[in-house]
Design a protein around this ligand. Structure first.
Ligand SMILES: [Ca+2]
Ligand SMILES: [Ca+2]
Ligand SMILES: [Ca+2]
Ligand SMILES: [Ca+2]
Length: 461
């Protein structure tokens, strides 16, 4: 849920970097008050201070091109509190990093220390927090210290119908929280758009053992002036009104030693298709500096033969909450398992190594749908920081179709967990509670080699 956080240009507000940055933040950032975050302490957003241009209307254009469906039926797949309090921190984008970092840290955000950057660091290199002006430039709404909730749908949304008013969010104390805004950003590419990002006051940083804890437990799709629609096979429109789903976790909970019980971001679905760049595009203000990021751009046509796209909930994946993933990071965080005809399980652990599945070759080339291809990757690498990451493979389709499981080992054997944008970064403030690491988990892979389950839909108003 977010855009281009790694290279934000401070001014003007409408610079692509800023927009991207704001976008990036949605899916994985989070902040809150320092030691004692309370919902009550947060300033309530208002529409009082619109400030300059916004791309919000562009985001409502009904353009889906090869957008992924993640199930055969339309439904809500999950509700998550991704992070808290770091959307709309005044002065978070101040060109003076001393001022910006003080503002971000005071609001419970993380500010990374940079030790290796080949490009000039920007605010986005240091933090996922965004200012109210940056937030306005994307959402068209003024808000301070907002939280991010992700509502995941199995089919992509019809963007013109997506508004905050479509959602009735119930918190754990029974109160109803009204979203300030809902948007497709940062999943702005035309082949994405099933990740619905809500901003508002949805939670705080207390663990579930504390009676003051607040987090969303239910979302219902309700009828507004433009009832929410999802787009299915051949452009079929279905109403989402009446759909609902529950949640019982907060990423700010106390984390046990068992990595299977961590409450950070997770993969909810993964799909293997033949490589295609269909829909690898998006509105101009957002795609600048981020696209192309598809497998062919990264690895070339010969190597980019298959695309395993994973979908994350609870935020975007980052190694620490701030820095971007790099194309070569497959081994640190992900593992595939192929199952041969006789049931033998073959783990695909390393990129650049050819494995044989029932005698047929398959090879992980690396990750894509991050940022643009570069000669080298460092702490200032700007990736799209949203909820989709591709594992690019080459080899035989007979081997590819046997790849059955995508795992996040999260710990041990050289594996590290992933964090959303509310994560601690590399320089956390003592006493501040940041969002949790990804748990150890795995998902079954949807075989989209014959039917890629993608939809194209365009309507001009
Ligand atoms: Ca609506
Ligand atoms: Ca892409
Ligand atoms: Ca993307
Ligand atoms: Ca991505």
């Amino acid at each position: 849920m977010t855009a281009t956080r790694r290279s934000l240009k401070i001014l003007p507000v409408l610079s692509a970097g800023a927009l991207a940055a704001s976008l990036l933040v949605w899916a994985g950032a989070g902040s809150g008050a320092n030691a004692a975050p309370t919902n009550d302490a947060l300033a309530m957003p208002s529409n009082a201070s619109p400030d300059g241009p916004t791309i919000a209307p562009i985001l409502k254009r009904d353009i889906l091109v090869g957008a992924d469906m993640w199930d055969t039926v339309p439904r809500l797949m999950s509700l998550t509190l991704n992070f808290e309090g770091i959307i709309g921190i005044p002065q978070a984008d101040d060109p003076d990093f001393d001022i910006a970092s003080a503002a971000v840290i005071a609001a419970g955000g993380a500010w990374n220390t940079l030790t290796e950057c080949s490009s000039t660091p920007t605010t986005i290199s240091h933090t996922t927090a965004v200012s109210p002006e940056q937030y306005y430039s994307v959402s068209g709404v003024y808000g301070e210290f907002l939280d991010v909730v992700q509502v995941q749908t199995s089919w992509p949304v019809r963007p013109s119908t997506l508004d905050g008013a479509d959602f009735r969010v119930t918190l754990n104390d029974g109160t109803i929280a009204e979203p300030v805004a809902a948007m497709i950003v940062p999943n702005f590419e035309y082949n994405e758009r099933s990740v619905l990002i809500l901003n508002g006051e949805f939670g705080n940083r207390f663990p579930k053992s504390d009676p003051r804890v607040r987090y969303p437990v239910k979302v219902e799709i309700v009828k507004d002036a433009t009832p929410l629609q999802l787009v299915g096979p051949k452009g079929t429109l279905v109403s989402a009104v009446g759909m609902s789903i529950t949640n019982d976790k907060t990423p700010y909970d106390d984390q046990p030693a068992d990595p299977r019980k961590w409450t950070g971001p997770k993969i909810i679905a993964a799909k293997l298709t033949r490589m295609s760049t269909l829909g690898e595009n998006g509105p101009a203000p957002l795609k600048k500096n981020l696209l192309p990021n598809d497998g062919i751009s990264m690895y070339g046509e010969d190597k980019a033969q298959f695309r395993l796209r994973m979908l994350t909930v609870g935020g975007a994946f980052s190694p620490d909450g701030i820095f971007g993933l790099h194309p070569g990071d497959f081994r640190k965080h992900f593992r595939l398992v192929a199952i041969e005809k006789d049931g033998t399980r073959v783990p695909l652990t390393d990129a650049g190594k050819t494995y044989r599945i029932d005698g047929h070759p398959i090879r992980v080339e690396g990750l894509a749908d991050l940022g643009v291809k570069q000669d080298t990757y460092d702490q200032c690498y700007q990736e799209d920081s949203e909820n989709q990451i591709d594992v690019i493979l080459s080899g035989s389709a007979k081997a590819a179709k046997r790849i059955a499981i995508l795992q996040i080992p999260a710990q041990g054997n050289g594996y590290s967990p992933l964090y959303n944008d509310g994560g601690p970064g590399n320089n956390p403030t003592p006493g501040v509670r940041y969002t949790a690491p990804s748990p150890r988990h795995s998902v079954s892979i949807i075989n989209g080699l014959k039917d890629p389950m993608r939809v194209t839909f365009r309507r001009t108003p």
